[in-house]
Design a protein around this ligand. Structure first.
Ligand SMILES: *Cc1c(COP(=O)(O)O)cnc(C)c1O
Length: 431
């Protein structure tokens, strides 16, 4: 077991030498030393236990240190931890592809195993471009998306993130220029109005000849703003994609595997995309693994093209350890406890976060599936907020103006209560 020489030394070395997500080495923010995690709790080096509100960014849906996932990993490690996927296949990859295709929305029939969510998005975009080239339409090479989206940090993925909060300014000269429709305004509970799709359809009508695909996060926009939108918009996007001969890519990296109350968020609108990205919860938060699924039509069309092969193949493609854990995680999803857990968490979040609306500094409170969001009127000081929340015994990582949680599905009533009380205390303190 690896331990810090001293916690102080570990933190000092970290601050000097190790980048964390979106951080500066000249002006590092504090980090918290976690030495173990079990169930819904993270344990800090000083023994403090924190109730986890983040599920390590949507991924640890079954909680930490789960005996079944641990066993799957140990069993596979004793067989083979990794083998190249070029010219070789193995039981965990075949088994995982079977499970994924069996649970995915109808019509998806082909799987590409990627090593992270961003790469799954890169591959989805590549599929769409190769699809269009293969059918003699290379001019269909741009993408249409909606504002406030988030699709990852690599270049092609970044190019379809929200242009304002998605790093476009900094990398403008090297990013491809795609089309951005306004973010949907109607919430899931609103009454549907067709005008909601007007701007989106206008862009399609004007540009479909140069468009390869529409890419969006179905119903829940995650890191780009934690917004929830009306399923009518998604149903409309599916209909318009067909009408204007462009593919529909659904990025379910955050929403997949039950988080929104349906196995996939696409089900809220009863649609199937042509291409689907999954990641995050795929391995129950154990390993980095993602996948891009495509319809037989997309796969066959790519296969008929001049290039004929899908031009991608990472070194660690279909890593057997990751696939084996994912098989077990998906088996647990298939057993269906999430179908009670997610609505239970949703009801409690709605009940216990609603009073936050009363605080002066709170702009909005919203809950959808096992996702709770409190939006402030002004940006949150992350370091100060984090210290305050850790004192309350919870792990919640604010972002911009947002305080949000998506706890493991196994979170108990008491866990959720501790999280919502901490959020309420923060709102009160902040106001
Ligand atoms: C997290 C996320 C990604 C990127 O996944 P990484 O594994 O961080 O590369 C892409 N799309 C959505 C919707 C996400 O939430």
């Amino acid at each position: 077991m690896i331990e810090f020489q001293t916690v102080q030394d570990g933190l000092a070395f970290d601050a000097r030498h190790i980048w964390h997500p979106y951080t500066s080495l000249r002006n590092p923010l504090p980090t918290y030393p976690v030495v173990s995690a079990t169930g819904t709790k993270l344990t800090l080096a000083d023994g403090t236990e924190l109730v986890d509100g983040m599920a390590s960014w949507w991924s640890a849906i079954h909680g930490y240190n789960h005996p079944r996932l641990n066993q799957a990993l140990v069993d596979q490690a004793s067989q083979m931890s990794h083998v190249m996927f070029g010219g070789i296949t193995h039981p965990p990859a075949v088994q995982l592809a079977r499970q994924l295709l069996a649970m995915a929305p109808e019509g998806l029939d082909a799987v590409f195993f990627a090593d992270s969510g961003s790469v799954a998005v890169e591959v989805a975009i590549k599929m769409a471009l190769q699809y269009q080239t293969s059918r003699g339409k290379p001019e269909k090479s741009r993408l249409l998306t909606i504002r406030q989206g988030y699709h990852g940090d690599t270049f092609a993925a970044m190019a379809v993130c929200d242009p304002v909060n998605g790093m476009h300014g900094l990398f403008q000269s090297v990013l491809p220029h795609h089309l951005f429709a306004p973010a949907p305004q109607l919430k899931p509970e609103d009454t549907w109005q067709d005008v909601e799709l007007d701007a989106f359809e206008s862009l399609l009508a004007a540009h479909h000849q140069e468009l390869a695909a529409i890419i969006l996060e179905p119903i829940v926009q995650g890191a780009g703003g934690m917004r929830f939108y009306h399923p009518g918009f998604l149903a409309g996007a599916r209909r318009l994609a067909d009408a204007y001969d462009v593919l529909l890519i659904a990025d379910e990296i955050a929403t997949g595997f039950g988080r929104t109350g349906r196995l996939f968020a696409c089900e809220h609108a009863n649609i199937s995309p042509d291409i689907l990205c999954v990641g995050k919860a795929l391995t129950g938060g154990y390993m980095t693994l993602a996948a891009t699924l495509a319809s037989r039509h997309v796969a066959d069309t790519i296969g008929q093209g001049e290039a004929s092969v899908l031009m991608h193949g990472p070194t660690f493609m279909a890593n057997p350890l990751a696939c084996a854990v994912a098989c077990e995680s998906l088996a647990m999803v298939a057993e269906g406890h999430w179908q009670q857990d997610v609505p239970r968490i949703e009801a409690q979040l709605k009940r216990e976060l609603a009073p936050c609306r009363a605080y002066e500094q709170v702009a909005d409170v919203r809950v959808f599936g096992a996702i709770g969001v409190v939006e402030m009127k002004t940006p949150i000081d992350v370091a100060k907020a984090q210290a305050f929340l850790v004192k309350q015994g919870v792990w919640i990582r604010p972002f911009g103006t947002l305080l949000y949680i998506m706890p493991p599905y196994i979170a108990t009533e008491q866990d959720i209560q501790q999280l919502t009380q901490a959020i309420a205390a923060f709102c009160q303190h902040f106001a």
